[in-house]
Write a protein that binds this ligand. Structure first.
Ligand code: ATP
Ligand code: MG
Length: 295
């Protein structure tokens, strides 16, 4: 009997690809790719990796060709809104990378008076579902015009009046005489799964994998903070440490009223945090990265 393996779809190349592989790497998973450029095999867990175009990932996952996938939430949500599938892929986790915005952009010469300015206009976009939802919420009647790529040239070509597209720096829009006017959707990479239940073997692999993903996500911001401080300052210091549970308080050799305080902070530790600690009497403050974490 062949061993059951969990199949994950990731983008082959593009803005999601590198960090998707990095996520697997941080989960302790290395992908070995043979001559086959479509398939990779994970060594450390029974997982196969399918390397594909990002547009195909929601369909592959919804149909069960793959069990899970990493894709932009913009693409996953657009697929869901298109309603082409009885049961679309389910969102399991937000992954915190490939952040971007889907934005409406209008010709610079327009006097923008909010979404009402779009009444009766045509809007070129690769995201007609998300665009329609935004327009409906704003109670504006406008027509999305589907374009697969080079959306920003549509107004110049008189194919549309405005556009709704992914914006990072806005330079492409600017070069085409457009300016961003409203945010339609804020996106980041997400993990999606097939909505049908997995068999017990696959479910076990999935749960083990998710534990690692959660660990990677948790440890990304988390820091191990150490310092020496007066014993009397321990309660005030605990208040200041971001997202920390009860810290460990240790005796320092030689006694005295100073102790060592160690804590895991689950949220970002900023310079301002260190300055506050200093004011509370802390010294020798160290902030260390945490490589792995499991609750
Ligand atoms: P493919 O060849 O796989 O179809 P693509 O050209 O459609 O790739 P990419 O440009 O690689 O797609 O973008 C993939 C995803 O990355 C987008 O759907 C979005 O979620 C995210 N993304 C897009 N633009 C940016 C950006 N400027 N910065 C960060 N992330 C982005
Ligand atoms: Mg694509």
């Amino acid at each position: 009997m062949s061993e059951e393996r969990l199949r994950i779809a990731i983008q082959k190349s593009g803005r999601l690809a590198e960090e998707s592989v990095e996520l697997l790497k941080n989960c302790g998973l290395t992908i070995s790719r043979g001559r086959d450029t479509l398939y990779g095999r994970v060594q450390e867990m029974p997982i196969d990796v399918l390397l594909v175009r990002d547009d195909d990932i929601p369909a592959f996952v919804a149909d069960g060709a793959c069990d899970i996938g990493v894709v932009g939430e913009n693409v996953a949500e657009e697929d869901r809104l298109a309603g082409a599938r009885e049961t679309p892929a389910e969102l399991v986790a937000r992954l915190g990378f490939s952040r971007c915005r889907l934005m409406l952009a209008a010709p610079k010469e327009w006097a923008w008076n909010g979404p009402a300015s779009l009444e009766g206009k045509r809007i070129a976009t690769s995201y007609p579902g998300l665009t329609r939802r935004f327009l409906a919420a704003a109670k504006v009647k406008a027509t999305p015009v589907m374009m697969k790529g080079s959306v920003e040239v549509a107004p110049r070509l008189k194919i549309a009046d405005a556009v709704c597209d992914i914006v990072s720096t806005g330079a492409t829009l600017d070069a085409n005489g457009l300016r961003p006017v409203a945010t339609v959707f804020e996106s980041e990479a997400v993990l999606i799964r097939n909505p049908a239940s997995f068999g017990p073997a696959k479910q076990t692999i999935f749960e083990a994998f998710m534990k690692r993903v959660e660990g990677v996500m948790a440890s990304r911001e988390a820091k191990y903070v150490m310092m020496n401080a007066p014993r009397s300052a321990v309660p005030a210091i605990t208040e200041v440490l971001p997202g920390a549970e009860a810290p460990t308080v240790l005796e320092l050799a030689g006694g005295g009223d100073r102790v060592a305080i160690h804590a895991v902070c689950r949220e970002s530790v900023f310079w301002t945090t260190l300055e506050k600690l200093k004011r509370l009497g802390a010294s020798a403050i160290l902030v260390l990265p945490i490589e792995k974490m499991m609750a």
